[in-house]
Design a protein around this ligand. Structure first.
Ligand code: FES
Length: 113
């Protein structure tokens, strides 16, 4: 069963950019918006050396990490070959212009920033 949690409006996320969902426990989550307004969510940690993916450059449905420029597929969280690695992804839905994430049911508290 999904635990859809409203995060923000699509328009709150810059096109080809990201916003961060901060968690009291566990790494933050980066929510990305593509040029065509599709949204994706990944842990804000690059599989390579934990760079902040939210500060990367979105192109197509990928993000280039700001630290060493390796790319991650936004839909899967997998690094683009020849690089290897994977970061956790979260399901996202958009309804009436609002972005919802399927977040784990925990005692965690979330803050959108
Ligand atoms: S930490 Fe992301 S490419 Fe190195």
């Amino acid at each position: 069963m999904k635990n859809w949690t409203r995060i923000c409006r699509v328009d709150d996320i810059p096109r080809l950019g990201a916003r961060v969902v901060r968690r009291t426990e566990g790494p933050n989550i980066a929510v990305f918006r593509t040029a065509t307004d599709t949204c994706f969510a990944l842990l804000d940690r690059c599989p390579h050396k934990n760079g902040p993916l939210s500060q990367g450059i979105v192109y197509g449905e990928r993000v280039a990490c700001p630290l060493h420029n390796q790319s991650v597929e936004l839909a899967t969280g997998c690094m683009v070959a020849p690089d290897v690695g994977e970061v956790r992804r979260f399901d996202v839905k958009v309804e009436d212009g609002a972005v919802y994430l399927d977040l784990p049911v925990t005692a965690d508290r979330y803050a959108y920033g």
